[in-house]
Design a protein around this ligand. Structure first.
Ligand code: DXP
Length: 257
C-alpha cells in the first residue's frame, strides 16, 4: 500500500491517459496496469468539445482516482487558473502541477513552479509538482508547502529512462520521509525497476505505455516491474563489490588420501 495524504493506493504505478490508439485500449491498459490513480490534462480535454465529455465519462467509469494535471501551462497564472478549474470539475484538491519552461525539452520552469506551488498550497491544494531532479528546487518546493515531489528522470516522452541516477539517489537520500514519484521519461519496465530499486515510492508514466505496439501488454509489464522492484528494495538489495566472495562454504573439504 502506498500512502498519499492519508489515502491508501494499492498500486505504485500511476498512469497518464493521453495518446492511446483508442478509448477502449486506454480503458484496457488502465485495467491491466492495476493502477489506482490516473492523471488527466484538464486543458487538453476541455479543448476537445464533445469528445472531451466522452473522455470524462470513460475516465469516471474506470473506478480509479483521478489526479488532474496542468499540462500545457507555461505560466504561473495559467497553471493556477487551470488547477482551480480542475478542483471544480473533479471535486478534488489534488493537482499535478506542471509549469513548462522550455518548448524543446518540456522541462519545468522551476521558478514559476515554486511560485505556483506556494499559491496553490496556501489555497488548500495538495500539490504534486512535476519538477527536475535538482535538490535545491526540491527544498524550495517543500518550503512552499508541497508534501510530495515528482522529479523527472528524463524529458517527457523521451523514453530515455533515468539519465542522472546520482541526482535521483541524492533526492532519495535527502528526503527520506517525503513521497517521491518519478514522473516522465521512463521508456521501459527496466527503467521503472531501476528507480524503484533506488527507493522511489512510485512512478508515473504515459508515453511508454500509450505508444507501445501493445499498450495493454506494456501496462501489465510495467506493473510487474514496479511491484517486483519495490519488493526487492524492501528486501534489502546487496551492495555490489569489486572482489569475489565465495558463495559456497570453504570448510569441511573432502580429503583424498
Ligand atoms: C501524463 C503526464 O502527466 C506527462 O506529463 C508525464 O510527465 C508523463 O511523461 P512520459 O510520457 O514521458 O511518461
Amino acid at each position: 500500500m502506498f500512502d498519499l495524504f492519508g489515502t491508501k493506493l494499492a498500486s505504485r504505478l500511476l498512469l497518464g491517459t493521453a495518446q492511446y490508439p483508442s478509448p477502449a485500449i486506454l480503458a484496457e491498459a488502465v485495467k491491466a496496469s492495476g493502477t489506482s490513480m490516473v492523471t488527466v490534462s484538464l486543458r487538453r480535454e476541455m479543448a476537445g468539445g464533445r469528445g472531451g465529455e466522452q473522455f470524462w465519462s470513460l475516465i469516471r467509469s474506470l473506478g480509479v482516482r483521478v489526479l488532474p494535471n496542468t499540462a500545457g501551462c507555461h505560466s504561473v497564472k495559467e497553471a493556477v487558473t487551470t488547477a482551480k478549474m480542475a478542483r471544480e470539475v473533479f471535486g478534488t484538491s489534488w493537482i499535478k502541477l506542471e509549469v513548462i519552461g522550455n518548448h524543446d525539452t518540456l522541462q519545468p520552469d522551476v521558478f514559476g513552479l515554486v511560485e505556483a506551488a506556494r499559491i496553490l498550497c496556501e489555497d488548500g491544494f495538495s500539490v504534486f509538482p512535476y519538477t527536475t531532479d535538482d535538490l535545491v528546487v526540491a527544498e524550495r518546493l517543500l518550503e512552499a508547502g508541497c508534501k510530495v515531489l515528482m522529479p523527472w528522470c528524463a524529458p517527457i516522452g523521451s523514453a530515455l529512462g533515468p539519465v542522472n541516477i546520482m541526482a535521483l539517489r541524492s533526492l532519495r537520500g535527502h528526503f527520506s520521509d517525503v513521497p517521491l514519484i518519478v514522473d516522465a521519461g521512463l521508456g521501459r519496465p527496466s527503467h521503472a525497476a531501476i528507480v524503484m530499486e533506488l527507493g522511489f515510492d512510485a512512478v508515473l508514466l504515459n508515453t511508454a505505455v500509450a505508444k507501445a505496439a501493445d499498450p495493454v501488454g506494456m501496462a501489465r509489464a510495467f506493473s510487474k516491474a514496479v511491484d517486483a522492484d519495490r519488493e526487492a528494495y524492501g528486501s534489502g538489495l546487496l551492495e555490489p563489490r569489486d572482489v569475489a566472495v565465495p558463495s559456497t562454504p570453504t570448510i569441511g573439504r573432502a580429503v583424498f588420501s
